[in-house]
Design a protein around this ligand. Sequence first.
Ligand SMILES: Cc1cc2nc3c(=O)[nH]c(=O)nc-3n(C[C@H](O)[C@H](O)[C@H](O)COP(=O)(O)OP(=O)(O)OC[C@H]3O[C@@H](n4cnc5c(N)ncnc54)[C@H](O)[C@@H]3O)c2cc1C
Length: 195
Amino acid sequence: MTPYTHSNVARAIVNSMIVGKLNEASETFEGVITHDYNINSTTKVFTFTIDSEDVHYHPPASTSVDTIGKHYLLRSINNPKVRRHYTVSQCMRQNTYKEYLNLIKQFKDGERNFQFNEKVLAEHTSKNEIIFTAKNYNIVGGLSRILHTAATTERYQMKALLGKGLNLQSEGVHVAFAGGTGVLVFMDLVALLLR
Ligand SMILES: Cc1cc2nc3c(=O)[nH]c(=O)nc-3n(C[C@H](O)[C@H](O)[C@H](O)COP(=O)(O)OP(=O)(O)OC[C@H]3O[C@@H](n4cnc5c(N)ncnc54)[C@H](O)[C@@H]3O)c2cc1C
């Protein structure tokens, strides 16, 4: 299945139906993938490094609650028609993720007196690095395949941040539905609760 881009006629029809516009505060910038590591045989965590000097975008802080559930829009400069969303998942940074796994293991082993190593959060200070996690759908022409097979040889354009997020409230019952990579929407929330 080749990626589909809607025609200008479709765009014109949609534009004629607009009832209001959200004031979008997102920014667009370019960069490269500078690091990745495997979560499992199909999924990797990528570090996207912004390399345009005139960009003042500040990636979400590891402890930011407001950005949980929001996402980035990514495309390869060589294949610009294929634009895909990737979810903010700060806790998936390599050493941070290891620390959370360690906490979960301790909890499962019956330990209740553990301390989260706050030092791993200090890794999140870089102003130009964005972390995202992508499963390889391995579809020819798809972006996830490019990420998994040629991550570091491509240039990418990213738009951030998009979406409403989880809109978490300080109290009340929150119900989450997740499946597949949709679980990434809730990873930073689980990390927050673990801390
Ligand atoms: C808000 C949002 C957040 C997202 N966050 C993440 C994230 O954090 N991590 C992540 O990995 N993904 C995420 N996704 C999904 C991601 O945007 C891409 O859809 C994914 O990476 C696949 O892109 P692709 O270009 O490789 O494949 P695509 O070409 O987009 O294929 C997408 C889907 O279509 C199916 N498909 C395509 N061609 C065929 C075919 N011929 N026959 C049968 N099925 C087919 C694929 O199996 C797959 O399920 C998110 C999506 C949204 C909307």
